[in-house]
Design a protein around this ligand. Structure first.
Ligand code: HEM
Ligand SMILES: [Cu+2]
Length: 637
């Protein structure tokens, strides 16, 4: 029953709305064609690229894992010799940690965080483009070196003196060190972007206690990145100086110290584990709500646990160095703090279980991955408490027990949630649903395959099988289990393949997704699937922790941003009140040039110290191009 008086009104609103969206689409669009794609600053396009690239690296790392497992399936196998094997486990570890696990979490955040906080683009979008290019360059450096038989072979942590000038001949260790610099630059850039986006670009009304838990997790993670990554850049740059210029940072004969390396490395390397785990935990807390059909139990404890983990993460790096022979008191302190980190982890696990317990869970594929995560992560946590004790660690150090432990925490703690997250956010990102039946099958193959592959490694370790051996004698009692482990790895591989098949076939022919297919409560579901270039036509106004649930039909919205130029709303840090309108940068090709110039400089400097001098000239030119003032009008209040 539409009265004649209201009809033109509604049509006017509709007209107004479509005028607004087409103006916004024009303002925010990425220029078409190849050059446009290279110049884009849209966080969604960059995030998608980033996620895709990280999964390519996961597959490459998986191929290496398969090679190792084929080699180890039988005693005295001849597929890989010791040199190759050294390169392969180093490549596998370095690739998985630096090119897959950390970047993929950043990549998901680059895509999701701006949508979840209700803004139109990430802060510093050109830096965001740069961070992707530099990551891609670092990854390609490592893999091209591998193809040229120049891959590092010193373990993913590249201990000196093995990686120093005395033992690490050629350029292998330099490749490792410089690859680190690339990926850390990229991680630091993303951390800065996320912190500013989260602190200053949240939708009006999204006070600190209304921030989605995944966003909190990324905030804590970003601070970890900012505090941990510089340590490794210092460490690897000093290593390059030792190798290339002849300094003696790590040379005890000249007053240097090899332990300095281990301290710097693990001061970074332990928090690194939480840089991978915290985003995953945040994903779980956020995903569990629509599947348990209730708000997550314990918002405050969940957030506090993330923060506590972040702080504690810096107090326990020495548990990687227990067999080095440090003072007893030091060992005790780091044992205690390593065990203490189980507390915030358990708090989160209890909150998730309580949420499921009290909810009406629907067991869709993402929830299966969450449950698989909880099970494996708890096992990995338990063996973690075990190796935190010095006498036990002394026994199992450098055995397969440790390999089992850290794959339980890395794959259980990060890859399971991540695969769940891909199933969950796939419709938002691509506009298509992933197949539920393929999702379930791949879950079961991965879950069973994973446990069958890695659980027996605990036993192998207790039986004394060392890490990083390329083969073993037939009279040792290890070959039955090794064969079993390698066969199980085939299941695991098929599971991963099925996941990829699902993703690709769903992208092509999947069911078209609605805007909010899971009936989820967070803001990214308040826009279309996939979101338009400007994310939100009108900026949402948030009145609670679950804005989409609380305002079922109409989310109240803020008007007042211009549609004829790229504008963001800047809000206050704690209370998220609107402060100013700020111009967001246009697309630009300069971040790509800057990344290329930096790449040339960093790779060249593996061969000559003068690269830093001459190579910085093109970098400076690219930066001038990037920041050349365009006379944009002042920000307006
Ligand atoms: C997908 C199935 C995987 C299999 C079958 C697998 C297998 C292995 C094996 C057999 C080793 C031991 C090499 C040795 O000590 O001789 C190893 C080492 C390692 N893996 Fe994995 N892995 C897998 C996935 C991952 C993932 C997803 C990550 C990280 C997120 C990872 C991180 C590492 C690290 C850091 C090392 C230590 C490398 C070193 O000692 O330098 N792995 N892996
Ligand atoms: Cu650690």
């Amino acid at each position: 029953m539409s009265g004649p008086a209201t009809a033109p009104d509604a049509r006017d609103i509709e007209l107004e709305r479509s005028r607004l969206t087409s103006a916004l689409a024009e303002t925010w669009r990425t220029p078409s064609g190849f050059l446009g794609a290279l110049a884009t600053v849209d966080h969604k396009i960059i995030g998608r690229r980033y996620i895709f690239t990280a999964f390519i690296f996961l597959s490459l790392g998986g191929v290496l894992a398969a090679l190792m497992r084929i080699q180890l399936a039988q005693p005295e196998a001849r597929l890989l010799g010791p040199d190759r094997y050294n390169q392969i486990f180093t490549m596998h570890g370095a690739n998985m940690m630096f090119l897959f696990a950390v970047p993929v979490m950043e990549a998901v955040a680059v895509y999701l965080v701006p949508l979840m906080v209700g803004t139109r683009n990430i802060a510093f979008p050109r830096l965001n483009a740069f961070s992707y290019w530099i990551y891609l360059a670092g990854g390609m450096l490592l893999w091209i070196a591998f193809a040229l038989d120049m891959a590092p072979d010193v373990g993913w942590f590249a201990y000196v003196p093995l990686s120093g000038p005395q033992y690490g001949a050629g350029k292998r260790a330099d490749i490792w060190a410089q690859m680190i610099t690339f990926t850390e630059l990229s991680a630091l850039a993303v951390a800065v972007e996320l912190i500013v986006t989260i602190f200053k670009q949240r939708a009006p009304g999204m006070t600190l206690d209304r921030i989605p838990v995944f966003v909190w997790a990324m905030l804590v993670t970003s601070f970890l990145v900012i505090m941990a990554m510089p340590a490794i850049v210092v460490a690897s740059s000093s290593l390059i100086l030792d190798r290339l210029v002849g300094t003696h940072f790590y040379n005890p004969a000249e007053g240097g110290d090899v332990l300095l390396w281990q301290h710097l490395f693990w001061f970074f390397g332990h928090p690194e584990v939480y840089i991978i785990f915290l985003p995953a935990a945040g994903m779980v807390s956020t995903m569990i709500e629509p599947f348990a059909r209730r708000p997550a139990f314990g918002y405050l404890p969940l957030v506090m646990a993330l923060i506590a983990t972040g702080i504690l993460a810096f107090g326990l790096w020495v548990h990687h160095m227990f067999v080095v022979g440090l003072p007893r008191l030091g060992d005790s302190f780091f044992t205690a703090s390593s065990m203490a980190i189980a507390i915030p982890a358990s708090i989160q696990v209890f909150c998730w279980l309580a949420t499921l317990w009290d909810g009406k869970p629907v067991f869709k594929a993402p929830l299966l991955f969450i449950i698989g995560f909880i099970v494996t992560f708890v096992i990995g946590g338990l063996t973690g408490v075990m190796v935190a004790s010095v006498p036990f660690d002394t026994q199992v150090h450098d055995t397969y027990f440790v390999v089992a432990h850290f794959h339980y925490v890395l794959i259980g703690g990060a890859v399971f949630p991540l695969l769940g997250a891909i199933h969950y956010w796939f419709p938002k990102i691509t506009g298509k649903m992933m197949s539920e039946s393929l999702g379930r099958s791949s879950f079961w193959l991965i879950f069973i395959g994973f446990n069958a592959t890695f659980f027996p490694m605990h036993i192998l370790g207790l039986q004394g099988m060392p890490r990083r051996i390329y083969t073993y004698q037939p009279d040792l009692p290890w070959h039955g289990l090794n064969l079993f482990v390698s066969l199980s790895a085939i299941f695991l591989t098929i599971g991963f393949l099925l996941f990829f098949v699902n993703a690709i076939s769903s992208l092509r022919g999947g069911v078209t997704a609605s805007d909010n297919p899971w009936d989820a409560p967070t803001l990214e579901w308040a826009t279309t699937s996939p979101p338009p270039s400007y994310n939100f036509a009108l900026i949402p106004v948030v009145g609670g922790l679950h804005p989409v649930w609380e305002n079922r039909d109409t989310l109240s919205v803020a008007d007042g941003l211009r549609s004829d130029r790229r504008e963001l709303l800047v809000t206050s840090l704690a209370t998220s009140e609107p402060q100013v309108r700020e111009a967001s940068p246009q697309h630009s090709i300069w971040p790509l040039w800057a990344a290329l110039a930096t790449t040339v400089m960093l790779i060249w400097s593996i061969f000559s110290p003068w690269a830093v001098v001459w190579g910085s000239i093109p970098v400076a030119i690219a930066l001038i191009g990037w920041f050349w003032p365009k006379g944009t009008p002042e920000d307006e209040a």
